[in-house]
Ligand binder design. Structure first.
Ligand code: SF4
Length: 115
């Protein structure tokens, strides 16, 4: 649509089957206070897919819940810091702040269900 920006979407959910939260009540990861956030983060701290979980939440702009051990506030802070430092895919800074072309997004079938 005219005037509407296309958003890249990460639909790779293969890591979810390894998540520690897979067999836990989802409410744990959608806490309503700081104590709840700490409980969720403890589970995430020992999770083998912490990194892809966090990336998934960041790339898909998921606002709610604890993902990859990061609260909503922490993910907003990470996202802001990433916007201020242009990077290449290997993590090296882009000279002169030039934007790197983005790879094509996979064809979406449906949004994955929270694990
Ligand atoms: S890091 Fe992600 S997959 Fe692992 S327990 Fe936490 S929310 Fe679940």
């Amino acid at each position: 649509m005219e005037g509407e920006a296309l958003t890249e979407v990460n639909l790779d959910t293969s890591w979810m089957v390894q998540g520690r939260c897979r067999d836990l009540p989802p409410e744990i990861f959608f806490p309503s206070d700081g104590v709840g956030v700490e409980v969720a983060r403890r589970y995430c701290a020992e999770c083998p897919v912490k990194a892809p979980c966090l990336e998934y939440a960041l790339e898909n702009h998921i606002e709610h819940g604890v993902w990859g051990g990061a609260s909503e506030r922490e993910r907003r802070r990470i996202a802001r810091s990433r916007k201020s430092i242009p990077v290449r895919s290997a993590g090296a800074p882009v000279p002169n702040g030039a934007a790197e072309p983005r790879p094509a997004a996979p064809t979406p079938s449906k949004l994955p269900v929270r694990h």
